[in-house]
Design a binder for this molecule. Sequence first.
Ligand code: AMP
Ligand code: MN
Ligand code: MN
Ligand code: MN
Length: 288
Amino acid sequence: MNPQDPWRLNADLHCHSSISDGTLAPEAVVARAHEKGVQLLSLTDHDELAGQARAQAKARELGLPYVAGVEISITWAGETIHVVGLDVDPNNPELIDGVARTRDGREERAKEMAEQLRAVGIEGAYEGALRYVGNPELISRTHFARFLVETGVCADVSEVFQRYLSEGKPGFVPHRWARLGQALSWISIAGGVAVLAHPGRYRLDDTALWALISEFREAGGTGIEVVCGSHTRDQYARFAGLAREFGLRASRGSDFHGPGESHVELGQLPPLPDSVVPVWYDWALARQ
Ligand code: AMP
Ligand code: MN
Ligand code: MN
Ligand code: MN
């Protein structure tokens, strides 16, 4: 046993496969993470655990420490917020059922999105988006974005979100996801820890963000993402400060969705600041 310094461990605890809106199969995500020097990995597909056994098997084959994960969509104060569940039992029936109910309604939402896009002159978006879907139960805005890029409507995925798929834009359909308390209880029943995903990305002012983090902590949340694919360096410092203030642990994750699409590669982010405690600090797997 050669105990690692937990602060220097190359942990990537947030990424996606084709089981949700990533482009690589679960095995390929794990193999790539291994190649890129990741030392502790979690695949965290949106509202879906179907990739976990495959990811786990590949990680075992490569000798890469792995914890099962999931990114659950919730609605809080009218905003969509994401909570990552880490080191969960992917076979836990309550968690499986909870995320299945959270997935429910995506198909209907997608059809409404396509209707709205048709109204602004974009035909066939539902069928088009479906061509990119790896899991019929998980059609997401990302799949629409890929279709609109492929057909030349927009130059890249972020332009699609800006022009069509964010709130107030012609292809945006509001959706009610899980409640914060539900998501946290499913994660906890499945033996995992809850981490607030990319807190810098929400359209919340300081007061609302403070309320969200308080409520998250009260409901049993363990950590927040500090170093992640959507944060700037200033935000690393800001969220490290909030983690300390709230007594929460810190997580690190690229939110990788696929080569060429994600701006952050697996395992390439800077380490966590020394001032916070890594969420994996006392995990046996992180000390092998
Ligand atoms: P959905 O769960 O269907 O609402 O889709 C949400 C997903 O869309 C997120 O997980 C991201 O992968 C992607 N996404 C959201 N906003 C953006 C953006 N501005 N640029 C690129 N991808 C985005
Ligand atoms: Mn995504
Ligand atoms: Mn997210
Ligand atoms: Mn994500």
